[in-house]
Design a protein around this ligand. Sequence first.
Ligand code: 13P
Length: 250
Amino acid sequence: MRKMIAAGNWKMNKTNSEAVEIVSKLNELIADVKGVEVIIAPPFTALSDVVKVAGKVKIAAQNMHWEEKGAFTGEISPIMLKNLGVEYVILGHSERRAYFGETNELINKKIKSALAHDLKAIFCVGEKLEDRERGNTENVVEDHIKGGLEGITKEEMMANVIIGYEPVWAIGTGKTATPEQAEEVHAFVRKLLTEMYDAEVAGNTTILYGGSVKPANSKALFSKENIDGGLVGGASLKADDFSIIVRNAL
Ligand code: 13P
């Protein structure tokens, strides 16, 4: 069966020392939690120290380059992440798509590279407000999923890919998708995975919801059949708040 996961994406927030402090505290707060995998994605600059205090918190990077090394100024490679003990990498986040021009093709290269280097991918998809208003949500999500997962095998999907559905209009806006709106898209993604792979892959893939997840709304979201936890931005920056979200995924 698929795992329940609560993942925190810190984006460009927290210094190294702040990150170490929060992850240490979070680790204490969730010491007794079983049955939910907890992931934190701090900035690159904090990864090295945070993995040392992570305890049961798994650590993710927020991005990576697909090449192992070379003349790519400012970039971080999969072998650098692996060497630090990082387990996951977020790929295809809408902020990467919107501000850094990441396309499906490029995201697909990154996912393939992550899997080839034994990193688990948290692959993000989601529509913009105008897509939703035009009734294009499913088309956009299908385009992201098919583009990003091109050439990814069933075995790779089963072992190492998590999907994050993050409607762009709900990210950082305080406007959460209702549990029903989110569930509808999650069910669509699962149907798509059945068509692209099979029922086993669809049933085993963890699909996280992201977009203004808070302690107060997380329980209702996570109780939906096809929502297997959350990918949380703002509310993951405080250990107390995030630990409530973790418990709501139980
Ligand atoms: P917020 O929870 O701040 O809306 O961010 C969601 C997100 O983008 C997580 O990747």
